[in-house]
Design a binder for this molecule. Structure first.
Ligand code: RB5
Length: 152
């Protein structure tokens, strides 16, 4: 898979571990930074990852900040993005099956790399369940995007 990644100053260390894991697993990785502990603003790093996934240039995105919360809020502002904040294996599987999430957010201050890499493995391997009720609900999310879209 082609996977876009982004992190802020509270998540770049875990991002680097995730990138090493993804490459080892044979995935193509695009790293949008950041690369050091200098304080930066997470929306600036969520945006390029979310855009990449929304326009089809990446299959999935992974975003990491201190809690994962800021990254998930920012990414979910981009139409077409279904970003799931995940810190456990049950949710990693459920959000693929039920929400067809295309971006994963995690917090480096919440979980360690061992759990994070297990979550990523499950999240990448679990298919969308394709059930009509889940399709219908995702259709309603798209309806929300259209309702609040600003048309020039
Ligand atoms: C940075 O201090 C922190 O606020 C950020 O990484 C993230 O946790 C925000 O949601």
């Amino acid at each position: 898979m082609k996977i876009a990644l982004g992190a802020d100053h509270a998540g770049f260390r875990l991002k680097d571990e995730v990138i090493a894991y993804l490459k080892q697993e044979g995935h193509e990785v695009e790293d949008f930074g950041c690369h050091c502990a200098d304080s930066i603003d997470y929306p600036d790093y969520a945006l390029p990852v979310a855009e990449r996934v929304a326009n089809g240039e990446a299959d999935r995105g992974i975003l990491i900040c201190g809690t994962g919360i800021g990254m998930s809020i920012a990414a979910n502002k981009v139409p077409g993005i279904r970003c799931a904040l995940v810190h456990d294996l049950f949710s990693a599987k459920a959000t693929r099956e039920h929400n067809d999430s295309n971006v994963l957010a995690m917090g480096e201050r919440v979980i360690g790399p061992g759990v994070a890499l297990e979550i990523i493995k499950v999240w990448l391997e679990t298919p969308f369940s394709e059930g009509p009720r889940h399709r219908n609900r995702i259709g309603k999310i798209k309806g929300l995007e259209e309702k609040f879209a600003v048309h020039p």
